[in-house]
Design a protein around this ligand. Structure first.
Ligand code: B12
Ligand code: SF4
Length: 625
């Protein structure tokens, strides 16, 4: 096996004694290998083809891999450093690496791609640490699409993760080292009890900054038996969070942890609410750029809480000046060519439309996403953050996410979604919105109300990419012990219709040509005839016909086969604001308008005051009552 070095190519010590069962040669790595080897599945490490390929890898079954190969022929070609280590790795690996550097020398460890493990695992290796996001694909959206397409619950990401674990398990040095798995997907191994099958000694839940992590690695290196599962404490202060100074996949730099809205099904919300100091975010941005990254994305559950955590103002009233200042500095950092948004929530679009307008000015020029049929930007650029819509049923929303819309009441959830989306679309934000189908206790009426909301979006010409997934009870959440739908055959006709309606709606920005959507629909009919009707059962038939456009939806409704959403009467922004608790009004900005008349008259009389956010040092202009 040859590696590229500064001086040319080098053969890595071929050791014929290390032939594996298949007869292929294994190689003794230089210097006996590294004490600690860090890795992550290939499908979670790549970043050159954009966010969407990773999402596709998390959702598509193996037999559809050819589609990705066609679209991104080079997706497996990753970049290496001169020593064969990975040039980029998911942020989780990089933070772990940084944490371990507090106790181990840089040359005792390496972070490498799975294909290169043989170059670094040797007689000296004591720990192979794997970071993973979604190893078995049993989380939202991931399992559901493979299940629809018929390969049980094995999306491509899971196939590649298993191949990585097999490689580690079959290492000729396996008896010398222990395998520790961490990251946001570790729970999938615990929950499916895949320890033996994947050759894993310990699953670590939590953050690698903690002293527990160092103690765990000490134990592993000493050869002591590790616990099957261990919890690593989450830092409670922003100073305890470590920032990598190496390149991360997609230039991911942490912006916040935790959320605060307390949705019952959510894992990240269980973490403390922390917003990271701007100076350290900027250091990590510059480190990424120095090492050749051209793209930056700030990891967060809700970008809008940054700058407003533990201040006198509730976190759900965004700190406009702080946010615009942070993003302006990121996108104007020399070398940053692209910036991608991660997650946010809907209420801030209604709370502060002027913030959205200002952020659009800053962020659109650096967005790599173009939506020619939707965007009014001169270069047709668009911003696509991930936002949870989850349900259009107020009854269901009250049950699973009562604070999702604060400061607004969850009873106004459909109005909030429609108003927020109006502001978003006006500013060229076309969010990717997730919906959960099959929540515990979901009735046909709940699904009808969600369909009503989706049809109302269409009626008003609003657009978001709608990504439905089947409810998955995630570990440790407040809904961990609940079950919803467990297989696509259990989906009701209405639940199927919701899923297919969302995908039909998503075809809209792709309609550049008359033949594009037609080909997609004809393809779906063919797939139904060939495979899907047997897999997904009779409830799937009419929703699929609706998707394929075999007849106008009104006719299908007349035949009693589908539900066409009823027109919704919703509250305007002014009405939503009028329904706020009076003590919230002081946090609204007068320049957005729509304040109740009595209040805006008072606000006009009062000068704006500059307040300083103590933690970020950012100024924030407020009209104080
Ligand atoms: C950025 C991001 C993405 C990006 C980039 C991912 C990447 N490969 O880098 C994109 C958009 C591509 C993506 C895709 C997906 N994502 Co994502 N993503 C995130 C996000 C916002 C940040 C992840 C991150 O880098 N955080 C920063 C790092 C530092 O944190 P970390 O990885 O957790 O690492 C810490 C600890 O876990 C620990 N640790 C990590 N590794 C190890 C290893 C060891 C040995 C130890 C001891 C400790 C340890 O230490 C680190 C810090 O100290 C998170 C939400 C969040 N805030 O975490 C969701 C999140 C991880 N994603 C999620 C999901 C569901 C997905 C998708 C399945 C969505 C989909 N249906 O398409 C796909 C899966 C992709 C795949 N390949 O399979 C869920 C995971 C749920 C779960 N597994 O239970 C999360 C939590 C979002 C959510 N709110 O539900 N994602
Ligand atoms: S808004 Fe999103 S991140 Fe926040 S608690 Fe709800 S699901 Fe979790």
């Amino acid at each position: 096996m040859f590696v590229q070095t500064a001086t040319g190519t080098e053969d890595l010590h071929h050791n014929p004694a290390l032939e594996d069962a298949t007869g292929s040669a294994r190689y003794a790595p230089a210097g006996g290998g590294k004490l600690i080897v860090l890795t992550a599945p290939l499908t979670e490490s790549i970043d050159h083809a954009g966010y969407f390929i990773q999402m596709a890898l998390a959702s598509l079954p193996q037999w559809l891999e050819f589609v990705l190969d066609r679209k991104y022929p080079k997706w497996r070609q990753v970049e290496h450093n001169e020593d064969g280590s990975a040039r980029y790795m998911p942020a989780g690996v990089r933070v772990l690496e940084k944490s371990l550097l507090r106790e181990y020398a840089a040359d005792e460890m390496v972070a490498c791609f799975p294909d290169d493990l043989d170059k670094f695992i040797g007689p000296n290796t004591r720990v192979v640490a794997v970071s993973t996001h979604n190893p078995l694909g049993v989380t939202f959206a991931a399992g559901v699409y493979t299940s629809i397409f018929g390969s049980s619950k094995e999306p491509l990401n899971s196939i590649y993760s298993r191949a990585m674990f097999d490689k580690i398990k079959s290492s000729p040095y396996r008896k010398n080292f222990q395998v520790v798995v961490g990251g946001s997907g570790g729970w999938q191994i615990t929950q499916t009890n895949s320890f033996e099958q994947l050759g894993i000694d310990c699953v670590a839940e939590g953050r690698s900054e903690s002293a527990d992590t160092l103690a765990l690695f000490r134990k592993a290196i000493a050869g002591d038996a590790l616990p099957r599962e261990i919890n690593l404490a989450h830092p409670t202060s922003r100073d305890a969070i470590l920032f990598p100074d190496k390149r991360t996949t997609f230039g991911v730099v942490e912006m916040t942890t935790g959320c605060g809205r307390r949705c019952q099904f959510c894992v990240p919300d269980l973490n403390p609410q922390i917003d990271m100091p701007k100076a350290r975010i900027m250091d990590a941005v510059r480190a990424n750029v120095r090492q050749g990254n051209k793209v930056i994305s700030l990891a967060t559950e809700d970008m809008f809480i940054w700058g407003q955590v533990h201040t006198d103002t509730p976190f759900f009233f965004p700190n406009r000046e702080a946010l615009v200042d942070l993003y302006s500095e990121i996108v104007s950092t020399p070398g940053v060519e692209h910036h991608l948004l991660s997650h946010c929530t809907m209420a801030p679009f209604v709370v502060d439309p002027e913030l959205i307008r200002q952020l659009s000015e800053v962020l659109l020029p650096k967005s790599p996403i173009h939506l020619p049929l939707l965007s009014s930007h001169p270069q047709k650029k668009a911003l696509v953050p991930l936002i949870g819509l989850e349900t259009g049923s107020v009854r269901m929303a009250r049950q699973i996410m009562p604070s999702k819309g604060v400061p607004f009441s969850i009873d106004d959830w459909p109005s909030l979604v429609l108003e927020g989306l109006r502001v978003a679309n006006q500013n060229n934000w076309f969010p990717m919105m997730t919906l959960m189908v099959g929540n515990p206790g979901e009735t046909d009426q709940d699904v009808r109300e969600t369909l009503d909301l989706v049809y109302e979006m269409e009626r008003r010409g609003l657009f978001a990419f709608l990504v439905p997934s089947i409810f998955t009870p995630l570990h440790d959440t407040r809904m961990e012990h609940q079950t919803g739908v467990t297989h696509t055959r259990q989906l009701s006709p209405l639940q199927w219709q919701l899923m297919m309606k969302c995908w039909k709606h998503n075809l809209r920005p792709g309609q550049y040509s008359w033949w594009g959507p037609l080909a997609w629909r004809a393809g779906s009919l063919f797939m139904w005839l060939y495979r899907l009707r047997k897999l997904n059962g009779p409830n799937f038939t009419w929703p699929l016909m609706m998707f394929a456009g075999v007849a106008p939806e009104r006719i299908l409704q007349g035949l009693g086969k589908i539900h066409v959403g009823k027109p919704l009467v919703s509250k305007s922004r002014r009405e939503l604001i009028a329904s706020l608790r009076p003590n919230y009004l002081k946090h609204l900005r007068a320049d957005n308008g729509d304040l109740p008349e009595s209040y805006s008259r008072r606000a006009e009389d009062l000068p704006g005051q500059i307040q300083m956010n103590i933690e970020t040092g950012a100024p924030s202009l407020r009209v104080l009552p």
